[in-house]
Design a protein around this ligand. Structure first.
Ligand code: SAH
Length: 351
């Protein structure tokens, strides 16, 4: 059995159709055949690009935001600089580089990374060499230190389940086998207690991310002892229909077309994040464009532009626009911050 499709078909024949969450989980993180387990998917040659890979300015703005919060919280002498799903390690590397401008910040930081992919752990070891990162499989083993934590495009990789309203019950969207191909099907109607108060018209598809509340609650619990967590992802306040998306070589495709060879994501519901984060103090949801503007990205972009000409200048201007413009990543991507109940929110976030 050498492809993930064979593995999935065998699993379906043995135990029946899979939930979308089971399918996503195998596609992304199967130990030998999963998408993240087997490759470095970022950049031009890969399947998609993320904000830290577009420009160093993204990590610089978030780094200064965390450093300012660290100052406001009395400069704890030791803290965990934590990233969830660090990809190539670029974001944390940029935070540590810009953090050198703030006396004592880098010296106080212990780098912790939550990463499931052995392949990406190797890439992170190279980009963060000199900072002795400590890796974790889950947030539950993070140290009991003030947490200054970033998660960019991490929650969107957590497996979701999809439910379709049918009267007072729900049918679940499942992945099943049709000969040698994978196809979607609907389960018989069942009650879903988690969606008991979710009143939507018949036929509406609602997504839910079973792993999200526990993960956010665990982060919030740690942050309540000091620090801040910033989640950035694409999504809205509430689930709006089917957002399961596959990307391969920078183009969207059918999520069942190439299991294990395409990135699979779903939009994040920030209402679910906010709800799971209490009793930590939670900011309003802010768009990425507004957040980066408030943190001073345009002044930084102008300063960097002074040293550039020709194609490098054009690329820099395009990168700034991609990160902030409402028709690019500026509006679709949202940010939310968590701090201890009595603490001030990080700069750029509204109460
Ligand atoms: N934050 C990075 C990478 C985003 S891609 C960036 O902005 O460029 C998602 C990252 O989360 C990858 O590093 C992937 O391997 C990791 N990941 C996905 N699901 C995970 C899980 N359940 N546990 C730990 N890491 C996970």
């Amino acid at each position: 059995m050498d492809t993930l499709r064979d593995h999935l078909l065998a699993r379906i024949h043995a135990t029946g159709p899979l939930t979308v969450a089971d399918y996503m989980s195998d596609c992304l993180l199967h130990p030998t055949l999963g998408y993240y387990s087997t490759r470095d998917p970022f950049g031009k040659a890969g399947d998609f690009t993320t904000a830290p890979e577009i420009s160093q300015m993204f990590g610089e703005m978030l780094g200064l935001c965390l450093a300012q919060t660290w100052i406001e919280q009395g400069r704890p002498a030791r803290f965990a600089l934590t990233e969830l799903g660090p990809g190539r390690g670029t974001l944390t590397a940029d935070v540590l580089r810009v953090g050198r401008a703030v006396a004592g910040f880098v010296e106080a930081a212990e780098v912790h990374l939550v990463e499931a992919s052995p392949t990406l752990r190797e890439v992170q070891a190279a980009s963060l060499s000199g900072h002795a990162p400590v890796w974790h499989d889950t947030v539950d083993t993070l140290p009991e230190l003030p947490q200054f934590l970033l998660a960019n495009e991490f929650l969107d990789a957590l497996p979701i389940r999809q439910h379709v309203r049918d009267g007072t019950e729900w049918r679940e969207r499942l992945v099943t086998a049709d000969g040698d191909s994978l196809t979607f099907a609907l389960s018989p109607p069942v009650p879903v207690p988690e969606l008991a108060h979710h009143d939507v018209p018949d036929g509406t598809l609602v997504e839910r991310c079973p792993g999200l509340p526990g993960l956010v609650a665990s982060v919030a619990d740690r942050v309540s002892g000091g620090g801040a967590a910033i989640f950035i992802d694409y999504g809205h306040w509430r689930s709006r229909g089917d957002t399961l998306q596959a990307l391969r070589a920078h183009a969207p495709e059918d999520p069942l077309a190439h299991p294990g060879q395409a990135d699979l994501t779903a939009h994040v519901d920030f209402e679910a994040v906010a709800r799971a984060a209490r009793p930590a103090r939670v900011s309003l949801m802010t768009t990425q464009g507004v957040l980066l503007e408030r943190l001073g990205i345009t002044a930084r972009a102008q300063a960097l532009a002074r040293g550039l000409t020709g194609a490098a200048l054009d690329a820099h201007v395009t990168a700034h626009r991609r990160l902030t413009h409402p028709t690019k990543m500026g509006d679709l991507f949202k940010a939310m911050a968590l701090v201890p109940p009595e603490a001030a929110l990080p700069p750029g976030f509204d109460p």
